[in-house]
Design a protein around this ligand. Structure first.
Ligand SMILES: Cc1cc2nc3c(=O)[nH]c(=O)nc-3n(C[C@H](O)[C@H](O)[C@H](O)COP(=O)(O)O)c2cc1C
Length: 316
């Protein structure tokens, strides 16, 4: 029932992508999502080429299905290095996040037969990526976890759908069958989820993160530049609150730097500790930790039921 054009384009069975998540899910999650018929995507942000090579090999040990690698063009040489490794390993799909990887990178990937899917926060960015030759875009609203723009999913998706001729995947604030059906109604041909996949059995999230996701309200995230310098939506922690208050109170540069360091120092804390993490506003909806396969089945089963109920709902 939900075999859409994105399935044919990416060689997957279900129109569900797992958004790459630095610190939110690695090899096990990527393989689990791909094995369940969606597209798992490996993060590379902040990692080395050696780690990417090991991760690709490890995913291939656990699945023979297509999976993707994410490129975050944030720093000199990063894009070129990731592109070259993806070409060498014959990765079927590359997703790009946060910024434009550049026409040359897109051309190299496409020349190697790799499908390129770009996450975009505005109509203008979507059009630019279409001009550069990408195969599809993920229209990601500012309720999403991770790097965000300023437009939310509901207005962004239909405007992107109207502006480009590419398949559009919706992201930002989707976690269940209702969100899936809404995305299709807005004109998307699939969804990408991050935050919801973090609360799955395979995500490898530490116990502090799991406890957070299961107890958060929709107001418990904040957009801050403290994490990477760009706007990132993440779990509100005492460190981020202190940083944001200092910025608003016109604190001195050294004071802001100290507070920023405090945020970044919690990014790689050990297993049970508070670990600074991105997360989206949909975290407030999460109350369970299914496997990735169970989650995807539940979403599509619910979506089917909701679509069946729509005629009756319209008559109310
Ligand atoms: C913990 C976390 C880390 C993320 N890291 C990346 C990343 O490295 N690259 C990227 O393109 N997107 C990243 N994202 C964004 C996701 O891939 C996805 O697009 C987003 O989470 C979708 O919105 P949702 O969180 O509302 O589902 C991250 C999101 C989260 C929650």
């Amino acid at each position: 029932m939900f075999h859409t054009e994105i399935c044919d384009l990416l060689g997957i069975e279900l129109p569900i992508l797992q958004g790459a998540m630095q610190g939110g899910g690695d090899v096990a999650l990527v393989a689990a999502v791909s094995n369940a018929g969606g597209l798992g995507v490996l993060p590379t942000f902040g990692g080395t080429d050696k780690k990417l090579r090991e991760d690709i090999a490890a995913v291939r040990e656990h699945t023979s299905k297509p999976f993707g690698v994410n490129i975050m063009p944030m720093g000199p040489g990063i894009t070129e290095r990731c592109v070259s490794t993806c070409v060498e390993f014959g990765i079927p799909v590359v997703t790009t996040g946060r910024a434009d990887p550049g026409a040359a990178a897109v051309a190299t990937l496409k020349g190697a037969g790799i499908k390129v899917v770009s996450v975009i926060p505005t109509v203008e960015h979507a059009k630019r990526m279409e001009d550069e030759g990408v195969d599809a875009v993920v229209a990601s609203g500012c309720e999403a976890g991770g790097h965000v723009g300023s437009v939310s999913t509901m207005p962004l998706v239909p405007q992107v759908v109207d502006a480009v001729s590419l398949p559009v995947i919706a992201a930002g604030g989707i976690a269940d069958g209702r969100g899936f059906v809404a995305a299709l109604a807005l004109g998307a041909c699939g969804i990408q989820m991050g935050t919801r996949f973090m609360a799955t059995a395979e995500s490898g999230l530490n116990s502090w993160g799991r406890a957070q996701l299961l107890s958060m309200r929709e107001t418990d995230t904040v957009v801050t530049r403290a994490m990477t310098g760009a706007t990132v939506r993440c779990i509100r922690t005492p460190e981020i609150t202190a940083y944001e208050e200092a910025i608003r109170g016109n604190a001195s540069d050294p004071e802001v730097t100290t507070l920023k360091r405090a945020v970044r120092s919690t990014r790689n804390s050990s297993y049970d500790e508070r670990r600074q993490s991105a997360a989206g506003q949909i975290a407030g909806l999460i109350t369970s930790e299914p496997t990735a396969a169970e989650l995807m089945t539940e979403i599509l089963t619910d979506a089917k039921r909701i679509i069946g109920q729509l005629p009756a709902i319209a008559q109310r």
